[in-house]
Ligand binder design. Structure first.
Ligand SMILES: *Cc1c(COP(=O)(O)O)cnc(C)c1O
Length: 385
């Protein structure tokens, strides 16, 4: 029975019974093609943080089938997981402590970035011949070697190469302001990177791969492309530069587990931070901040119910949140869309990021492990098209 008008009707989208995060790999496929067309060089698919929360192996396979030639991750553990899944393409891991398992990296044919002489010593001392990328800090005081240490790092790497311990196959850097192409920080980063490559050559190194651009610079600045782009966000539909229409790949849905009718003036949730201003129906969603709904978006965010935007009201709890369904209500069991590509009017990840005062990356990587995942395969969708 409809809680509103008393008519028994078949309403709303189908019931799924549980929250669900659906990843559309066809979107990843098309985003990869767009990025591969823009990149002057090779495309490395960056699938760190479980493919930005979309499933590292799924995103990796899809990207490799649509223009990417290599994979990149932060930790060795992430790289080994790709090998465990049977992926045999080159994989680069660029953020590891000096005591990381570099012997295993050689055994499993994982390339590592080397940001310091201490790292170089650790890698060179590990058995095996290691393919390495020297990592220069292109001006964000984060990872990579400082300019003052770069020359010595290059010379030490050349000596290790001559001893047969390493092969320097790449030089890498990263831009700190590429989401704003007009920022002068980009030109300084490009200049420092070009200098770093020259210093490496002068030390006798011949790095085949020279890579500086991530998604934003791949889409906006060919001068940063060099021989390879490392793209992560763009694969899953996030364009930090705001210049290119990429396709969001995630849809988060949840069923209404309860619906109640309340009077005007009803206080909702912890702290009573929200009070209804009229009689209305309240629905309960089994998703909270433990599932990645940012608590700071409380009383601001919206969801899509029966094709209409409805506000979340009261504090987002750890496991649940209340939606104001309005006078027309909805049935327990109906599926609500929390976010998606936006094609049917549902909120997007970009809107959730704005409600939370953050970036889309944080929303997509923050979806909790207890939310069941489903994947729509790229090939399947192509065959339907
Ligand atoms: C995450 C990361 C990337 C990918 O950046 P996107 O903006 O997500 O494309 C590239 N390089 C490094 C060093 C990174 O940490």
């Amino acid at each position: 029975m409809s809680p509103v008008c008393g008519l028994a009707v078949a309403v709303g989208p189908r019931t799924t019974g549980a929250p669900r995060l659906t990843v559309d790999l066809a979107a990843v496929a098309r985003n990869t093609q767009t990025l591969a067309e823009r990149a002057s060089g090779e495309l490395m698919a960056v699938v760190k943080a479980d493919g930005f929360g979309h499933g590292a192996v799924d995103v990796a396979r899809t990207a490799l089938a649509h223009g990417a030639t290599r994979l990149g991750v932060t930790s060795l553990a992430e790289a080994f997981a790709l090998r465990d899944a049977g992926l045999v393409v080159p994989v680069l891991s660029w953020l590891n402590p000096v005591d990381a398992d570099f012997p295993a990296a050689a055994v499993r044919d994982v390339e590592v970035a080397v940001p310091s002489r201490a790292h170089l010593a650790a890698v060179a001392a590990a058995p095996g011949r290691h393919r390495i990328h020297l990592h220069v800090d292109a001006g964000m005081a984060r990872d990579g070697a400082e300019p003052g240490e770069w020359g010595a790092l290059c010379r030490a790497a050349r000596r290790a190469e001559q001893r047969g311990q390493v092969e320097v196959v790449g030089v890498m850097g990263h831009l700190g302001c590429a989401d704003d192409p007009a920022d002068g920080c980009n030109a300084r980063g490009r200049t420092r990177f070009a200098w770093a490559v020259e210093v490496a050559r002068a030390a006798g190194l011949r790095p085949r791969h020279r890579h500086l651009a991530a998604t934003a610079a791949t889409l906006t600045d060919p001068r940063a492309h060099h021989t390879m782009s490392r793209v992560g966000a763009g694969l899953v539909g996030i364009d930090p530069s705001g210049t290119t229409a990429l396709e969001p790949a995630m849809t988060l849905t949840a069923p209404l587990v309860q619906v109640r009718r309340v009077r005007a003036g009803t206080a909702v949730g912890y702290g009573h931070v929200h009070r209804t201003t009229r009689a209305t129906y309240l629905g309960l969603l089994p998703l909270g901040y433990a599932d990645g709904l940012p608590r700071v978006a409380s009383d601001r965010a919206e969801v899509l119910v029966r094709g209409v935007r409805r506000p979340l009201v009261g504090r987002i709890s750890m496991d649940q949140v209340v939606v104001d369904l309005g006078a027309s209500g909805a049935e327990a069991g109906e599926t609500v869309t929390v976010f998606g590509p936006g094609r049917d009017g549902e909120p997007t990840v970009a809107e959730w990021a704005a409600w939370a005062g953050t970036i889309e990356h944080e929303v997509v990587t923050g979806i909790g492990a207890r939310v069941p995942r489903a994947t729509r395969a790229a090939a399947h969708l192509r065959s339907l098209a």
